[in-house]
Design a protein around this ligand. Structure first.
Ligand code: MG
Length: 166
């Protein structure tokens, strides 16, 4: 049996913050504001995975009121969610994602982001896709006020899911 979940996230662009997308640190004038490292792409994937497993959302698992998660590495949180899904008998098999941001060009970084996400999900690199789109200069993305990300993750029921994740 398989299931698919969706994830959406957005974060505000701010000066003096790192820009981390899919675990890749990208040089830019602005970064993303947030309690953790604000990795909007990884957050969307994490929510999609939780959705596929019907295990709630990222805010329930890692509250932004919890100081333990200040500046947290979002890929580490995703790996933790993979373990929680495995404990519930679900293993990821595929992820598709879209990053929506105006600048900078993401094409040089897409493969590295996909590789990081695949590693966190326990998947081969060719089972994760990262697409990039812009806001066409309209809305909060187009005005470069923020960045959005969407994701789907498909999981399969696995009796050995816990072993695979471990
Ligand atoms: Mg977020």
């Amino acid at each position: 049996m398989s299931r698919t979940g969706i994830g959406w996230d957005s974060h505000r662009l701010a000066e003096g913050r790192p820009l981390v997308l899919g675990g890749v640190r990208i040089e830019h004038t602005h970064g993303l504001d947030g309690h953790s490292d604000a990795d909007v792409l990884t957050h969307a994937v994490t929510d999609a995975l939780l959705g596929a497993a019907c295990l709630g959302d990222i805010g329930e698992h890692f509250p932004d009121t919890d100081e333990r998660f200040r500046g947290a590495d979002s890929l580490a949180l995703l790996r933790e969610v993979v373990l929680r899904c495995a404990a519930a008998g679900w293993a990821p098999v595929h992820a598709d994602t879209t990053l929506v941001m105006e600048r900078p060009k993401l094409s040089p970084h897409k493969a590295a982001m996909a590789a990081n996400l695949a590693a966190a999900l326990g998947l081969a690199a060719d089972a994760v896709n990262v697409k990039a789109s812009t806001g066409e200069r309209i809305g909060f993305v187009g005005r470069e006020e923020g960045v959005a990300a969407l994701a789907t993750v498909t999981v399969e029921a696995r009796s050995d899911a816990g072993d695979r994740a471990g």
